[in-house]
Design a protein around this ligand. Sequence first.
Ligand code: ACO
Length: 324
Amino acid sequence: MITRSLIVGTGSYLPERVVTNAELAARVDTSDEWIIERTGIRQRHMAAEGEWTSDLATKAAQKALDAAGIAGTDVDLIVLATATPDRTFPSTAATVQANLGCFGGPAFDVQAVCSGFVYALSVADNFVKAGQAKTALVIGAETFSRILDWEDRGTCVLFGDGAGAVVIQAAPGDGSATDSGILTTHLHADGRHRELLYVDGGPSSTQTTGLLRMHGREVFRHAVVNLASVVEEALEATGLQPADIDWLVPHQANRRIIEGTARKLGMALEKVVMTVDRHANTSAASIPLALAEAVSDGRVQKGQLVLLEAMGGGFTWGSALVRM
Ligand code: ACO
């Protein structure tokens, strides 16, 4: 017998305000057609003034706890993925912990940009497997609208704000690929590419927050290659085949990248959970947002095999295979 981490609840939160492509086209030299054709994005949500990443995260986490039927007091670990924390410190996870009233266990942020949720899930899974946590909240939450250069049409049209969360809980498994729970996770980074997607500020370098900078073409090229290999790795580690996967829940950066991965796996687009059209790229929040949507509308069912994958600044990339 081994210990598995079961996903026992999912939740999400999107800020009320919706910003359409047309609204952006009134601000910068772009068009609805260009954005849809290159990215698949039609709109994004934007946090209100005074609404912080921890506010989004707390709402998503509370929904995940409610869905799991678990009280905040039962949570003994919080791992929160974000590249847009409320403050340089303390961690946004610490604020969420206070908001939810689940004191005492470890709470910390993970920074792997768009791969953040897969990183956080893997970290929490390892805590559970090591016997150091029984009930963990894994959250992805971002307010990317706060680090965008609204004069740069190449980046400001791509991102949105939001949060998603899952509750994972320790359960026995037999170690086979038919187990429920997180079956395998795979994480990678290659810091040589850190200048292709970055924020040009920080406490140590400029003492400012900075704004997002990206070489879009290069990011695109690496994303397609890295995602294909990390998906392959997850299948090899479990002996599963692409045909075994019920749902692909990818990081939602760009419709063309998602379609490329699905094509490589030979998966029909009906088996891909797509939210990029309505949420845009919410970085670490995009996978748990998409997963929560597909669970709540009944697409993702108990017992089904779900593949998560992401790539982001660093570069970082990763995958997780989960049986719900
Ligand atoms: N509206 C209109 N024109 C634009 C816009 C815009 N919003 N942005 C750029 N353009 C113009 C450029 O100025 C350029 O014009 P030029 O030829 O006159 O110089 C032209 O469009 C082509 O620009 P490219 O940047 O080469 O366009 P590309 O086809 O590569 O599409 C995009 C850009 C959508 C950013 C693409 O490179 C991409 O999706 N890259 C992946 C990046 C990504 O998703 N990053 C998210 C974070 S990382 C991650 O999550 C994986």
